[in-house]
Design a protein around this ligand. Structure first.
Ligand SMILES: *Cc1c(COP(=O)(O)O)cnc(C)c1O
Length: 389
């Protein structure tokens, strides 16, 4: 079948037409357990009644006006996100790349304010920050950058999870660090517990902004509403997107202290950003996460699944590591395993493989105990069959 959609994705041979909770139904009527949530987007599962009702209600009231005017729901959402994170203000956009674009523009302007003509941002190997030119330049993946040179020359790259490598950078042009609290696309990499605190100290000593990309790990995914809340620190900038609207496109760039005063009228903008529909969806997502205690649930289920996988694979030498936090789980094998996604699909299970050999699981946080067991059993069987050859 020919397609007139630009072929920017190598798609799996399945099309879904309906979802409910953790389940999706294909156009063929087959049911799938969704353990990827649209890549960490549908954290409340599909067709969540509260979100569906809020979107429908808002759609019949007011979808869009413009940032030329006041937007009550945007004010409410900013206040809610700030009160829950401890940060001071928020800029709204429509995606993770745009949220990081805002953070990177903010960092540059902050640098210029300090008299730095070519402000540099420290970024990490194997990071992922988006597909716009500025954010793909920040991304630590040659495949994402290939063919789009010249890249934006604003970045100094160091190994992830190594605060010493950051401390060793003595370049007076540096004005910020951009880092994922847990790397997602890079293979579900969990840094040492004191990593963010060490980066915080360096930023304080050197006048750099600590900017956290929580686009994937934010919104209760890791067992805390925001990934940095597992540590005692506060970032200067935090970006959110993916699960913020449970599928309704919305991104946010939050800032604190001096960083909250960098972008003034006319310095950044977005036509759609923070419109009433998207903000109503995001407010409902936050309310649901809190009412249903989904951070706690993600933490408990995450521990159960991680323990379960570790026990099941203890005797399998081809499984190098089971790692993760909350319901952000990676299972690293000793060889490329991308074909596992098709094998899983055939068995009615949606999983993902990232960084070639790490199985990534990002199930909806509303997973029941039985569904979690179903996922555990399914993945264990798939991996053991695959590694037995
Ligand atoms: C997905 C992702 C992005 C990009 O988000 P888009 O909405 O696809 O632009 C940025 N950072 C991280 C950590 C991500 O996982």
């Amino acid at each position: 079948m020919t397609s007139q959609v630009m072929p920017t994705y190598a798609r799996m041979p399945v099309t879904f037409e309906r979802g409910e909770g953790v389940w999706l139904w294909s156009t063929e009527g087959k049911r799938y357990l969704d353990a990827i949530s649209g890549i960490a987007v549908c954290n409340l599962g599909h067709a969540h009644p509260a979100v569906a009702k809020a979107i429908g209600d808002q759609a019949s009231k007011l979808v869009h006006t413009s940032n030329l005017y006041g937007i009550g729901l945007q004010e409410q959402l900013a206040a809610e996100l700030c009160s829950l994170s401890g940060l001071d203000n928020a800029f709204f956009c429509n995606s993770g790349a745009e949220a990081n674009e805002a953070a990177l523009k903010l960092a540059r302007k902050y640098g210029h304010g300090k008299g730095i003509g070519n402000p540099m941002v420290i970024v990490m190997e194997n990071s992922f920050h988006g597909r716009t030119l500025f954010t793909l330049s920040a991304t630590g993946n040659a495949k994402v950058q290939d063919g789009f040179e010249p890249l934006v020359d604003s970045f100094i790259r160091v190994p992830y999870a190594d605060a010493g490598a950051v401390a060793a950078i003595h370049d007076t042009r540096v004005c910020a660090i951009l880092v994922e609290p847990i790397q997602g696309e890079g293979g579900v990499r969990v840094p040492p517990e004191d990593y963010l605190a060490a980066l915080r100290t360096l930023c304080d000593q050197r006048g750099w902004l600590l900017m956290l990309d929580e686009v994937q790990c934010g919104m209760a995914r890791t067992g805390a509403l925001f990934g940095f809340q597992h540590t005692g620190i506060l970032p200067d900038v935090m970006t959110l997107a993916k699960a913020l609207g449970n599928g309704v496109p919305i991104g946010a760039c939050l800032a604190h202290g001096v960083a909250a005063e960098v972008l003034s009228a006319g310095k950044h903008g977005s036509t759609f950003g923070g419109n009433p529909l998207a903000c109503r969806a995001a407010l409902t997502v936050i309310q649901t996460i809190r009412q249903e205690n989904l951070s706690t649930r993600a933490r408990e289920l995450g521990t159960r699944l991680l323990d379960g996988f570790r026990a099941a694979f203890a005797g399998n030498p081809h499984v190098l590591e089971v790692r993760g936090q909350g319901l952000m789980i990676g299972i690293e094998l000793d060889a490329t395993c991308t074909e596992l996604t098709s094998r899983a699909l055939a068995e009615g299970l949606l999983i993902n493989v990232t960084a070639d050999r790490t199985i990534r699981l990002l199930p909806p946080l509303i997973l029941s105990d039985d569904e979690a067991q179903h996922l555990l059993d399914g993945v264990v069987r798939l991996v053991n069959d695959f590694t037995a050859h």
